[in-house]
Design a protein. Sequence first.
Length: 338
Amino acid sequence: MNLGISAVRLSFAGGGTDLPEYYNDFGGNVIASTINHFTYVMSNKRTDGKFQIFSPEFHAYIKPIPYDKLTCNTKGTELASSTIKHLNSKDGIDLMLASDVEPASGLGSSSALTVNLVNTVATLNNKNLTKNELAENAHYIQRHFLNWPMGKQDEYISAFGGFNFIKFKKDKIKIIPIKLTKLNKKELENNLMLFYVGGGTHAGILPNQVEQIKKNNQKVMSSLHQVKELAESMYQALKKSDITKFGELLHLGWTEKKKFSHNVTNTRIDRLYNKLIDAGAVGGKITGAGGGGHMLIYCEQSSKNKILEKAKNLKLKYIPFKFYSEGAKMVRLYDYKY
């Protein structure tokens, strides 16, 4: 029995520039970090050649069936089925999927789970994939197998782990670790707060953004160029230990991100954000594509209690977190055979 573990992420700057439609022509910059919230894949080889998949959070279950009966269109198990098909894994497996975060969280959980599944299925077939291969296979499954209009940052962040500046180019993706001192890391963790604002939907946001890039919509393109530069500025601020500047750039990035698509924000999200700014926050953003999920807020310590009280009054759920440095990994639990 094996347990696959992969962390979800917080993306701080540059989201959207990791779409191939953009970075193939202009290059992209993203700053993000894995955090200590995870996806889990429990797996075990079967001796009867069949596949069984549980996804409790989606109330989805595929009973033991042979490889040729496995389909990729069952909600909740589509990532597992697609991974098995993409890797042409024909030896029977039991898989159980779980996550610390809600679906459509804006924390990259689908990509983290796909990285986890690729790592799990490859390991069960005695294949050792590099971190790049984990990320690229996971991206291919989501983007080309399931036709989800994904960028690449989430897969790379989860595969590699850590706090990174990621540069995207047509022929190369470069991971640059951001080395924070222990003091700066603790200060940044203490000054960042994550709140669950509730469901909503990301549907239509990224397809619309891809469409606008293809149409060369100048408003969208200008904002993408701007957030690309903001990611570079954030990287330089972090190198100089300018933590306050980091918070200010979060706000500027959110202002630009709202121009990507009309569904990135809504009246409720804007109201919540503005009330937290009024309570003393320096900056923040909705994580992921937008539309709902989690809101990330930066504040100085002097304002933290006031913001937490305001968030409580607004019925926002506070989600504690810490930065996490490891990429996707496998843990052997015990051996069991049917």
